[in-house]
Design a binder for this molecule. Structure first.
Ligand code: WT7
Length: 698
């Protein structure tokens, strides 16, 4: 169609009308005749293609929603006034003089001149308002031990930790690295840093000594907070030896504060202090002082699978404003009655914004779980939902697909009737997984908020509003009120409805990253130099998110994965996500990963890795037949150009610790290259299984 060079051509899926419109095709050039429409089409495939299917919000939720539909227009009419109003949800000790300073783009300053304390906003003010007895955290360890922490207790713990850090010489502006399992001390340590103005850098507890070393060194952290270990898959898993190794290469570190979790032996050095001694004997009184709105709150390193990690810097007032507002609006949180559970780890941004700062600033009661979803059994998550009467659940597509693979009888064995709202984050959710989530977790009724955002955006940017939006399975729908997002082509021009291209954000938002720690140039280069003023086009600065996206006929946004995950096959741009969704829509497939492998004739060829569902026959000729069926299925669904050259049936897929499929490794397998560094893999044995060609297909 010559619609300019975009990573994704115009993509249209059929409406439910009887008119023989074009079938879902990845490229305008590829028209597929709807020869077998209807009859042989499985229900699953019908769901994937039936894109006009929309689910209105439940009437009761809509009638009582925290945020209503008028908000979009109000925010549009005066964006800065809208955000100013949201900032007033927080307690400031000094009001700002200016909402936004954008005089030196792309460096933004929000609520300029304002002052507040983040920990006070997350804890003390709830206690002062008489809600000290409310449970802040229902914590559950993997082995089944529990702790119940009220806001009053959280206040004492935070004050003690703040006093202890101060005693260890930490002052405002110093960096503190936090390398902990999912224990309450992780939340307390983050809040204690915020309380004294120290900048925390949480490093996911699954990272290697090298990764930890790099992150400590990059931020020159003065103190490391860690634990002897945590529980993973039914066993204690040590952390302290990794810290010992890292700290030996990090001269900036003066003290290591060690939480005792497993009680296993660990080696001890002069820098080490036990948390329960140092924090335990500290005073429970601490006077919080207010910090400037732009005071650095935390650094979080992006989980890049290849390049040098980037220290994403977030600051105080704008970050908390947006984390807090989105918690209130997107999750419709009613702090008096809801029990919220986000299954992420605090080591990721999801844990920062939607376990710590978003929920606590709103006075929420939440569940926090240490362990894995299948220890000691595959119903563990549903058991927790059942036990704590969870009303709002926020999890990731990779988990939903895992649950699909394990089978719907597992959630069916628990009482999930307390749930009223479901959320998804982390990667595009396939329509099939979305439907499964709604059906088997949401009882066929609950609204799903598919929330698009990034470590860099700090808080949710594109998502349905649960009391307003008529959701579509697989679409994140529209930018939130006060957010200006768009899909543009290679030239930065907005694509029309039905078109595909790059996701961009057009105006600064309160919780945006302020820079990459210590590297302003890389910040400008990475995010602001692809389109707009930073690319020498026009006066407006445009943020490049690195994601491919399309607008459907109604202008709703569908995320298609990172733009590095686009394949170029015989001159056609094809998104890995769409081929994966097509595969997962087949009843015999639980999960799929797709990569482009170098191909002498087509440039790139599509290679797919598929995990069969429990019941599917995969041995011998049945396996070969399944592979043939799957290739045909993809061709029928998306067009012949998208037919995979090769499909391998595999038992598992390699994932980063944050659950992202490591396509780079799969590409190496597809091209028979050596595997390189697999240390960030969840389970490196997966790669061996794949490389030894279990079920390698045509
Ligand atoms: C990337 C950011 C944001 C918290 C967890 C990930 C992908 C995230 C969605 C979604 C489609 C999504 C994007 C984004 N992503 N949410 N709802 N639909 N894709 O944070 O590690 O910084 O990754 O995750 O590709 O750019 P992150």
């Amino acid at each position: 169609s010559g619609a300019g060079k975009t990573p994704f051509g115009a993509i249209r899926r059929p409406r439910q009308s009887p008119a023989p419109g074009p079938r879902a095709n990845l490229c305008t050039e590829t028209q597929v005749t709807p020869s077998d429409e209807g009859a042989g089409m499985s229900e699953a495939l019908a769901n994937l293609l039936n894109e006009t299917r929309q689910f209105p919000p439940p009437a009761e939720l809509a009638a009582n929603a925290n945020v209503t539909g008028e908000t979009y227009a109000a925010a549009n009419a005066d964006r800065l006034a809208f955000w100013e109003q949201q900032a007033q949800r927080l307690t400031w000790t000094k009001r700002w003089d200016r909402v936004l300073d954008w005089s030196k783009p792309p460096f933004a300053r929000w609520f300029v001149g304002g002052q507040l304390n983040v920990a006070y906003n997350c804890v003390d003010r709830h206690v002062e308002a008489g809600r000290g007895d409310r449970v802040a955290i229902h914590w559950e360890g993997e082995p089944g031990d529990t702790r119940t922490i009220t806001y009053a207790e959280l206040q004492k713990l935070t004050c003690q930790a703040a006093n202890a850090l101060t005693e260890l010489g930490v002052t405002a502006g110093d960096r503190v690295a936090i390398y902990l399992p999912m224990v309450p001390e992780a939340v307390v340590a983050m809040l204690a840093c915020a309380r004294i103005g120290a900048t925390h850098s949480v490093v996911f507890g699954g990272f290697s000594a090298d990764a930890l070393t790099n992150r400590i060194q990059d931020a020159a952290a003065k103190v490391v907070v860690t634990a002897d270990g945590g529980y993973r898959r039914g066993r204690p898993s040590a952390l302290k030896p990794t810290v010992d190794e890292a700290v030996s290469n990090c001269p900036s570190v003066e003290h290591v504060l060690v939480v005792r979790r497993t009680g296993e032996e660990c080696s001890w050095s002069a820098k080490d202090r036990w948390w329960h001694e140092t924090v335990g004997r500290a005073s429970v009184e601490h006077q919080a002082t207010a910090f400037d709105s732009e005071h650095p709150l935390f650094i979080l390193y992006t989980s890049g699978t290849t390049a040098r990690p980037k220290g994403i810097l977030h600051t105080t007032g704008g970050y908390l404003t947006q984390a807090s507002y989105t918690m209130h609006g997107v999750f419709d949180l009613k702090p008096d009655t809801d029990v919220y559970w986000c299954t992420a780890d605090v080591g990721w941004v999801t844990g920062h914004s939607y376990i710590v700062y978003g929920p606590l600033s709103n006075g929420a009661t939440q569940v926090m779980y240490e362990g894995t979803p299948d220890t000691p059994h595959r119903g563990r998550f549903w058991e927790l939902v059942d036990r704590y009467r969870v009303t709002i659940l926020y999890t990731a597509p990779t988990l939903i697909r895992t649950m699909m693979k394990w089978g719907e009888e597992i959630p069916a064995g628990f009482d999930l009737s307390s749930l009223r709202l479901l959320g998804s984050v982390g990667e595009p959710i396939n329509p099939e997984a979305w439907m499964w989530y709604r059906q088997h977790v949401g009882g066929g009724q609950l609204p799903i908020v598919d929330t698009w955002w990034q470590t860099e955006t700090g808080a949710i940017m594109i998502s349905p509003l649960p009391g307003v939006t008529h959701t579509k399975p697989g679409s994140a729908m529209t930018p939130l009120p006060g957010i200006n997002g768009d899909v543009v082509d290679d030239q930065g021009q907005p694509v029309p409805n039905g078109g595909g291209g790059y996701l961009v954000l057009r105006e600064p938002w309160p919780s945006m990253l302020r820079t990459i720690w210590g590297d302003d140039n890389r910040f400008v280069e990475t995010y602001w130099s692809r389109f707009g003023a930073g690319a020498g086009v026009g006066d407006d600065w445009v943020y490049f998110a690195g994601d491919g996206a399309k607008k459907d006929d109604d202008g709703h946004i569908w995320l298609l994965g990172r733009v590095d995950d686009v394949m170029l096959v015989s001159g056609h741009n094809i998104s890995t996500t769409e081929v994966e969704s097509a595969l997962v829509s087949h009843p015999s497939v639980a999960e799929a990963a797709v990569v482009g492998a170098t191909d002498p004739t087509t440039g790139q060829a599509i290679v797919a890795f598929a995990i069969p569902r429990g019941s599917a026959e995969t041995e011998g000729t049945a396996g070969a037949q399944l592979i043939t069926d799957l290739r045909d299925h993809v061709a029928r669904t998306l067009g012949p150009i998208a037919k995979p050259r090769q499909i391998m049936l595999v038992p598992e897929l390699p994932k980063t610790r944050s659950g992202k499929i490591m396509r780079r490794l799969l590409r190496d397998v597809a091209e028979n290259r050596s595997l390189g560094d697999v240390t960030t893999l969840q389970d490196s044995s997966v790669m061996e299984l794949i490389a030894t060609g279990m079920g390698a297909g045509t």
